[in-house]
Design a protein. Structure first.
Length: 201
């Protein structure tokens, strides 16, 4: 029924809320710390602080995000597999162990670190450029929306192949597999276009 479109929603909330707290909570402090250290050394910080802040924030966020993401992906692929996140985690731990909750962690980081770093950098660069072009040096709400949409399109396009691989790794039922084997299988069954499956959604 219609509620089938919301399979995994509670898992997404269990994953997304702590992820946002960890990621956004660490981004600014790390960015500020790195920039201050570079300035003290007489080195122009540029975008280094932003990139490192985004990378560290994303890594910390992923550590609390992964269990919920794993459950969400499985519930989306196989409705009825678990009733909810709270029921799913003990079941996974009992049958597969703690390590299984972080299945796909490496591929997720390989996708999300460049995505997040590029997102913060590109979005802020676009806002600075827009401010320069404005007579009052201001950025309007519309400017922010345009910059956000453009940033999302560019960054999502660049990392969608990694997202496809990550999703397949997290939902595989094979006892033994490697990321390379999963990627090879995706290519063998669908060619290059298979790495962009789900791009519009």
């Amino acid at each position: 029924g219609p509620f089938g479109f919301f399979n995994g929603l509670d898992a997404m909330l269990w994953a997304g809320l702590p992820y946002s707290i960890a990621m956004y909570g660490s981004y600014q402090p790390v960015t500020k710390f790195v920039n201050e250290k570079l300035d003290a050394l007489g080195v122009k910080s540029g975008s280094v602080g932003q990139l490192l802040g985004a990378a560290l924030g994303e890594t910390l966020g992923m550590m609390v995000f992964m269990p919920g993401e794993l459950v969400r992906m499985r519930m989306m692929k196989a409705p009825g597999l678990y009733k909810n996140f709270v029921q799913a985690v003990p079941s996974i731990l009992q049958k597969e162990g703690v390590k299984s909750l972080y299945t796909g962690f490496g591929t997720t980081l390989a996708r999300d670190i460049p995505y997040t770093a590029l997102t913060f950098w590109l979005f802020e660069r676009m806002l600075l450029e827009m401010a320069k072009r404005d007579q009052n040096g201001e950025v309007t709400f519309v400017n922010s929306i345009v910059a956000g949409v453009a940033t999302a399109i560019v960054c999502s396009t660049l990392v969608i192949p990694l997202d496809v691989v990550k999703s397949n790794v997290m939902t595989t039922t094979a006892a033994h597999f490697s990321v390379a084997a999963v990627a090879k299988d995706i290519y063998a069954t669908g060619g290059l276009k298979a790495f962009f499956k789900g791009y519009l959604p």
